[in-house]
Ligand binder design. Sequence first.
Ligand SMILES: [Zn+2]
Length: 267
Amino acid sequence: MHTEKAQEVKADFEERLKGLAELTDAAQKSAQFIAYLKTAAKFHKYSASNIWLILFQKPTASRVAGYNRWKELKRQVRKGEHGIAILAPCGFASHHTETDEETGKERKVYGNANRFRVVSVFDIEQTEGEPLPASLQWRTEERNAKIHTALIELAKENGYSYREQDGMREEAHVNYKVREIVSRPNAGTSALIHEAAHMLLHEGRYGMGSEQKETEAEATAFIVCEHFEIETNAPNYLAHWSSPEQIKESGQRIIKCASQLIDACEQ
Ligand SMILES: [Zn+2]
């Protein structure tokens, strides 16, 4: 029952990704990409696919949770509201016993990672009740000291040193060979996030084109900056997707990296 519904959601999702990949209007494609990154900034704990699912079904969603989670938060989902269907892997926690046909021995079979079930979540707009506690205010001046420190710490943990240097051509850069991030003394936080993304994603990636590397670092920085309400420019390029696989793969890398950076800064 559940898995049938999950298949339906998946099929619909693949169809929509295909539609995105086939968009020939570059500006429209870019607009979709920015919308995706903005959604990711709000839901960085969700998988890359679920972020697409939320965006497809409720582009205005700002905070989502399951029915019971809203109840815990003393809010009630309004009658008649339709949930946003996302996919959760299932079968990991359970196993069943099967007899091996060749040996006749019994063995434990764990759930297949490719099996999913549908989980419904609701946006805060679909609920009513007590106000939520105010979220942390991150908006600060261009250079956010706390985030800067956290990123330098993360670099260290990854074996990278950090130093500042006057008179550089670009705001900041990463050197994979000597494993260091160098920035101008006045470089903004978004520049440092961009280099930290390169550090996490691109060391040893000789086969990857520089355009893709820049796209991924920019997109990651955009999500992290949006999340912390740091002023930044929308990624300055046109999305160059050509296949649903590419959208998925690139999305996963960007979301995973952004999530790692956000977690490091929120510790
Ligand atoms: Zn770069």
